[in-house]
Design a protein around this ligand. Structure first.
Ligand code: DGJ
Length: 715
């Protein structure tokens, strides 16, 4: 690994992003610029940049120039939330680190800077890491070690990244069960805009905390965003701190009171903070997508069409019915049949059985074999549902080990949720119980896909024996369990589900091939949910199903064309009682499966783009091949719009120098609710210049609300 000693200014560049990092003397490093590429710069350029970048102070301020390092310190004039918060027996609350070593290395193509620092008085050692990946994704992490002889109480270790003064608008997500990742915007005002998760993620968790030039959109404006890759409690903030008005985006783990007492010699590492800049949110997201796709463990095989039985049968596990469902699924082209909740001991509804991971012999007298064998005969893989971190008090496990349930430590259990509690996986016995039970099942049965569910928030999650908060330990243990199972069963793919999309962070998604993005399959709700989810994750990681005509979660009714057109843009699944559908529906469903198989190589490798709407009644999403020779777009009429037809949309992401053959992929011959004597482009061979499509746009057909057309472009 090549190593160099750092000078006081480091310049990182990758894929249109520049980062300039300055270290003055032995102070912690500060980022002077993170954003658009600054081009070739030599040492003189960088030196004059740092010299010109001094903060000239106004009136009634500290005499020293305030410095906002990657881990901001009050001892350097920072009046925002310090990066390291904690104390040693009530003292040493304000660290002042001095850098003792620095190096620059190449980590699998990423340019990595590492600084070691020491606070002699507080007896703490710090390691700061900052790296710029080839995709332009910036990642940072801090690690603190207690080198003293008494415990150090750590309350927070959070990285801060600066954004410029023209980042005046904040974008984040909020939501609820069945409506995850709804976009929310606000002005970036002086003060602290704080988003905390105190329930170990949650359906309201934001994928990103981003700030950009006011009005930034998918295609326009500059935007900077951060994400904490951690499945436990988290904290992200946009801080605008007076008197200088410095703006930072910060993020880290939210540690509960007393949760992180570092004994002498102990160390704590923050989760990675991943950060991206883009001209528009599509460009920002592309940095995350490219980063994830470059990982060796990223799923590369075609994403199998799944059939998940949940909304077809719920807890009603009846073998003949499931066999018929499997046959119908195979007939429409399904490639993996997933048995959901309800197969294990005592699990006849959601009130009992969690934790007892053996096949329920009352329902499955011959085990799962009769189903598994038939699924294989039909040419499909087999998948199985688990909820490894949970326990029903009504289970053999809880009766034998009530002390294995996370609890505040005063003899009471937290409020139950879906009749369940959380199993303390940091307890060695509980961990071994789940690991061995799951390992035995994955060894006995040829399971290709595990759906890993997590159906309640962590509340008052402490260790029964010690009474200490245990969300951190639980998160580490859940990762360890997943890692161990992946190591023992390397061909199994994992799907992260938490009552739908309650856990979608890069911590868990570094260990799962698929996210079940939401428990709502309503295609209309999915447009927004998936737009939010795609900000971080590429489509091949986002489970998207075709459900029943009448949505089980909203009671809206949509035709199959609309449901299919939404679902094919993710990792396709079917979650519908196929034993009750008509022959015509079966034929149409098979067509959607075939269409997905035809387009998945492009959809799961290309660049995700969104049209900037001229009318918020219309949503446009597309995927453009990296060489820009091919693209597929979905144009969705969300509701009745004032413009009718919606007008000309600029098609994003194409190559302006190419010509494209534009065709309607679905429906094959539309179009619109009204007959018209004007011929649309879709009614004849149409080839248009890329410059026209991107700059002048394409006239879109009129559609009824809650309908979609798919448009392909080929050069
Ligand atoms: C919640 C999930 O999101 C559903 O898809 C299903 O797996 C149920 N849990 C099963 O209990």
């Amino acid at each position: 690994m090549p190593e160099t000693t750092l000078t006081s200014v480091e310049y990182l560049r990758s894929d249109g992003v520049s980062v300039v990092v300055e270290r003055r003397g032995d102070e912690l490093p500060c980022i002077l610029h993170w954003g658009r590429d600054l081009g070739e710069l030599d040492e003189r350029d960088l030196a004059s940049f740092t010299a010109a970048n001094r903060t000239v102070l106004g009136s009634d301020t500290l005499d020293e120039e305030p410095r906002v390092s990657l881990l901001p310190e009050a001892s350097r004039g920072w009046f925002g939330r310090p990066g390291l918060r904690g104390h040693r027996g009530g003292r040493f609350f304000s660290p002042r680190f001095r850098v003792t070593g620095a190096r620059r290395t190449d980590e699998a193509g990423s340019d990595r800077l590492t600084w070691l620092a020491h606070d002699e008085a507080a007896e703490l050692e710090l390691q700061l890491t900052l790296e710029l990946a080839p995709s332009g994704l910036l990642r940072a992490q801090a690690r603190v070690t207690n080198v003293g002889s008494s415990p150090f109480s750590l309350e927070a270790l959070e990285i801060a990244l600066p954004v410029p003064v023209d980042a005046g608008e904040i974008l984040e997500h909020t939501g609820r069960h069945l409506l995850e990742r709804q976009e929310q915007r606000s002005a970036f005002q002086p003060g602290t805009h704080l988003r905390e998760s105190r329930r170990a993620r949650g359906h309201d968790a934001t994928m990103l905390l981003a700030a950009g030039t006011p009005g930034f959109s998918a295609r326009a404006g500059e935007v900077w965003g951060v994400h904490v890759g951690w499945s436990g409690n988290t904290s992200v903030a946009a801080e605008r701190v007076q008197p200088t008005g410095a703006r930072v985006l910060t993020g880290g783990e939210l540690l509960l009171a007393g949760e992180c007492a570092l004994s002498p010699g102990d160390a704590y590492s923050s989760p990675w903070l991943s950060a991206a800049h883009g001209d528009g949110t599509d460009a920002l997201s592309a940095r995350f997508h490219d980063f994830l796709r470059a990982r060796p463990e990223h799923p590369r095989s075609p994403r199998m069409v799944l059939c998940n039985v949940w909304e077809a049968v719920y807890f009603d596990h009846d073998l003949p019915r499931l066999l018929e469902l499997a046959e119908r699924a195979a007939a429409v082209g399904v490639e993996c049949f997933v048995l959901d909740d309800g197969w294990f001991a005592g699990r006849r509804d959601s009130t009992a059985g969690l934790g007892d991971w053996s096949v329920d012999r009352a329902v499955w007298p011959d085990g799962l074999w009769p189903l598994v064998e038939r699924v294989h005969q039909l040419g499909m893989d087999f998948g199985l549902w688990f909820e490894p971190e949970m326990v029903n008090p009504d289970s053999e496990l809880a009766r034998e080990h009530p002390e294995w349930m996370l609890q505040p430590g005063d003899g009471r259990l937290p409020a139950s949720s879906r009749s369940q509690q959380v199993l303390n996986l940091a307890d060695a016995g509980a961990f071994a119980h789940v690991l061995e039970a799951m390992d035995a099942l994955l060894t006995e049965y040829p399971v290709a896909h595990v759906k890993w569910d997590h159906n309640r928030d962590l509340a008052e999650a402490g260790d029964a024996a010690t009474g200490r908060a245990s969300v951190h330990a639980q998160t580490v243990a859940a990762y360890r369990l997943l890692d161990e199972l992946r190591a023992r069963h390397p061909t199994v793919e994992f799907e992260s589900c938490a009552g739908g999309g309650g856990r979608a962070d890069l911590g868990v998604m570094g260990r799962a091939e698929r996210l079940w993005a939401s428990d709502t399959i309503d295609a209309l709700e999915r447009v927004g949910i998936e737009a939010g989810t795609t900000m971080l994750l590429p489509p091949e990681m986002i489970g998207s199903h075709i459900g029943a005509a009448r949505s089980h979660t909203t009671s809206r009714t949509h035709d199959l064309a609309f449901r299919g057109a939404q679902a094919v843009f993710g990792h396709l699944g079917i979650e519908w009682d196929l034993t009750k559908i008509s022959d015509a529906e079966t034929r149409e469903l098979a067509e959607w499966v075939a269409l997905y198989k035809r387009w998945r190589p492009l959809l799961h490798s290309g660049r995700v783009v969104h049209g900037d709407p001229i009318d918020d009644a219309v949503a446009i999403r597309g995927v453009v091949a990296h060489d820009r020779t091919e693209a597929l777009f979905a144009v969705t009429q969300l509701r009745a719009g004032l413009s009718y037809p919606p007008g000309r949309f600029r098609i994003p992401g194409l190559d302006e120098r190419r010509r494209y053959r534009v065709s309607l992929v679905y429906p094959a011959n539309v179009v619109g609710p009204h007959k018209s004597n004007v011929e649309g482009w879709w009614q004849r061979e149409t080839t248009l210049a890329g410059s026209i499509l991107t700059t002048a746009g394409l006239h879109l057909p009129p559609q009824h609300p809650e309908h979609t057309v798919l448009v392909s472009l080929a050069s």
